[in-house]
Design a protein around this ligand. Sequence first.
Ligand code: HH2
Length: 288
Amino acid sequence: MQGSVPIHSDSPLRLQCGRFSLEFSRPLVMGVINVTPDSFSDGGKSLALDAGIAHARQLVAEGADMLDIGGESTRPGAAPVSLEDELARLLPLIEALRDCGVPLSVDTFKPAVMRAALDAGADMINDIYGFRQPGAIEAVARGASGLCVMHMQGEPRTMQQAPVYGNVAGEVAAFLRQQAQRLLAAGVARERICLDPGFGFGKTTAHNYQLMRSLPTIGALGYPLLIGVSRKTMIGAVTGKPVGERVAGSVAAALAAVDRGAAIVRVHDVAATVDALKVWQAVQAWDE
Ligand code: HH2
């Protein structure tokens, strides 16, 4: 069954992701690994590393097709992390997980971290700023890593205060197209790029659901779509549930996104999402 259902039957997309060439014959699941933020004094350091490795292996066992490793929280109000701390969190984890069998994505917006992560063997850079920081495009232009260009209005500390759009889908699509073109102009191969509308990044709940309905507009740009809705406020706003009880809502949102063309879903609850996608695929293939 796996691999039998094309998502975009008219235009088979591909993502070059470092050592891996991903084909979207089925939607892929990206598991989120967060390195524990405040456990880096003395003994906490190796404990956090061990926990990160164990979590990653667990997500791969549950069926994650790729892993996204982040060393800095981007939640509104989260404390910034120094370059040194971010590297100290990420590099040992990349090294330890390099041979875990799936592509390793690194969630960072700092060009110096991008370079170091790629040197350490990361397969993909996932940038919530969409490679807008000075030096970011130069940091990733060479090589074959996958690049996720995400849209965000404003910056994490203040982005949820008063997000405003005339036409959210149109503005998000225009930004993503422009940043993809900047990458192409810097010599990046088209197959290395995927796009993400950035759910929850400078968007109200209404904006997020409008964007979800309009995903095909962004898919029409011709790049694979990556989406992250897992456990987010947009799920809590509809279900009334706290973060720890948003699995079912998150899975529903992931399916809605896949049904509208998303190629990769970035999730915390890998096992539940993998099961749901298997059933979704079985339905897609029913009359074939
Ligand atoms: N969301 C978060 C972080 N990185 N990257 C991409 N490409 N897309 C996203 O939607 C995205 C992202 C923030 O998610 P949050 O639930 O606040 O934290 P985390 O997932 O790091 O636990």
